[in-house]
Design a protein around this ligand. Structure first.
Ligand SMILES: Cc1cc2nc3c(=O)[nH]c(=O)nc-3n(C[C@H](O)[C@H](O)[C@H](O)COP(=O)(O)OP(=O)(O)OC[C@H]3O[C@@H](n4cnc5c(N)ncnc54)[C@H](O)[C@@H]3O)c2cc1C
Length: 441
């Protein structure tokens, strides 16, 4: 077995691991261990038969000016602002996203019932809320839940909403004040209110060698290319011996850390491969996401939206993403493409891709997003087992405890799946910078 000794060993070369590495490598001896053959984790560009896709939908949303300056600096003029426009398609009709701010798109009676109950809830003393279902009901009222929040979230989570906790994972649902919700009844095409209006996406020149969000990774990775070991799967983390064991096509290697190990790999994976073994391992659940990358010819679907939400349970996907509105050059001449997002319970049986492909095609034809069966050129699937961490009642508390235990052994948890926390790309980057400052001090 080959042996290495470093100051810091970083597990995973996704956006978190790479961002941390760029900060630590200036003054430390580091190594980043990545099981995949390419860096970037979820932030990868996928190139299939001349079509470009993101491994999952990726828009950068900025809330911190320093992070904004830093990441915009990396991508320069390639980076373009994009407003996350989307429709919400429900059994009651179609309206704009966010649903609760655009009730005017619903039939009059349903819209009025939604508003009346929303106001009523706002003036009702909140009960002790015990789960996600109750939180939705109390925050929005029965009608909004019936029209959108319940069917959409049932489809997304694939488990009873009453089994989910109330905090820490509600990253994309907001309560707004009553005047704002009321103004959503007025017709106003120019009004775009979103929880992430400062959003950006790379749009390089036509003919560019690479497209999509993977461009950001290419820029970030440059100063740490030498330190990233690709194709090295971490199979053991021994906190007593302060060593990490990897397996690659050439065999096993041992990486010892003098200062600390920083893990950005999914926390359930880390728990499984950690030594010494602990008796009371916490079972963490996740929803995976299957991305169908759909290559098309024929009439392009006419929409200005970046994506649409579908709450109807008979439709297999929860979102359709229109790649042409992110970047018009993501498809070859006279071609176009969309992505379908399908969530699944990671603990459930594997999805049957053949059946899934048929269902997606049927749904897209019925919705008239695609005109004819022969317009489908090809569907490529990308499967991500760790996509949406499931938070049950005691999950946050358990994760905090696990994190403290690891920290005592000089193993720091970082990143969306390492920390088991809902973090966007910009937040993941910010956390990595903070962690580097903490370690360097
Ligand atoms: C469906 C979806 C849509 C999203 N949309 C947006 C969006 O629009 N905007 C936004 O800002 N954010 C979005 N995000 C969040 C964003 O993708 C994440 O914040 C970010 O990619 C997390 O980076 P990470 O490095 O923490 O994790 P990851 O990207 O998961 O990186 C972890 C790395 O560890 C590696 N690894 C795992 N196990 C091992 C092992 N045993 N040994 C070695 N390596 C291992 C993996 O291969 C991977 O490279 C979205 C996420 C999802 C799931």
């Amino acid at each position: 077995m080959k042996q290495y000794l470093c100051d810091y060993v970083i597990l995973g070369a996704g956006l978190s691991g790479i961002s941390l590495a760029t900060q630590l490598q200036q003054t430390n001896d580091i190594v980043v261990l990545e099981k995949s053959k390419t860096p970037g984790g979820l932030v990868k560009s996928i190139h299939v038969d001349g079509f470009w896709f993101d491994a999952v939908l990726h828009l950068l949303h900025f809330h911190n000016p320093q992070v904004e300056k830093s990441l915009k600096g990396l991508l320069g003029k390639t980076f373009k602002p994009l407003i996350p426009k989307a429709d919400v398609r429900t059994a009651f009709g179609t309206t704009k996203f966010p649903f609760q701010l655009n009730l005017g798109g619903l039939p009059k009676e349903a819209a009025i019932e939604c508003i009346a109950q929303y106001i009523e809830k706002a003036y009702t003393q909140p009960p002790k809320i015990k789960n996600f279902e109750e939180w939705l009901l109390h925050s929005f009222g029965e009608k909004m839940c019936e029209v959108f929040f319940f069917p959409y979230n049932n489809k997304m989570w694939k488990r009873p909403l009453s089994s989910l906790g109330t905090r820490d994972f509600i990253w994309n649902i907001q309560n707004y004040n009553i005047p704002k919700v009321l103004s959503g009844l007025l017709p106003d095409e120019t009004k775009v209110e979103s929880y992430n209006s400062n959003s950006w996406y790379p749009v390089p020149k036509k003919g560019s060698k690479k497209r999509c969000m993977g461009l950001l990774i290419d820029k970030l990775v440059k100063p740490v290319k030498q330190q990233i070991k690709l194709g090295e799967e971490v199979v053991e983390v021994d906190t007593k011996r302060r060593q990490v064991i990897t397996e690659s096509s050439v065999g096993r290697s041992v990486y010892q850390y003098k200062k600390a190990c920083i893990s950005t790999i999914p926390l359930p994976v880390l728990q499984n491969i950690s030594l010494p073994k602990t008796a009371n391992k916490v079972q963490l659940k996740t929803n995976g996401v299957l991305y169908a990358m759909i290559m098309l010819k024929g009439q392009k679907y006419d929409t200005a939206n970046l994506w649409d939400y579908f709450s109807d349970e008979s439709i297999v996907f929860s979102r359709i993403i229109y790649m042409q509105n992110f970047d018009p050059h993501t498809a070859p001449e006279n071609r176009w493409s969309i992505m379908a997002e399908i969530t699944y319970k990671s603990e459930a049986k594997k999805l049957n891709l053949k059946k899934m492909e048929q269902k997606i095609k049927q749904n897209l034809l019925a919705l008239k997003i695609v005109n004819k069966e022969k317009d489908f050129i090809k569907i490529h699937f990308e499967d991500h087992e760790y996509a949406y961490a499931v938070f049950e009642k005691n999950t946050s508390k358990a994760v905090r405890k696990i994190s403290e235990k690891y920290l005592k052994k000089d193993v720091h948890l970082l990143g969306r799946y390492g920390k088991w926390q809902y973090l966007s790309m910009a937040q993941v980057y910010e956390e990595a910078i903070k962690k580097a400052e903490e370690l360097n001090s």
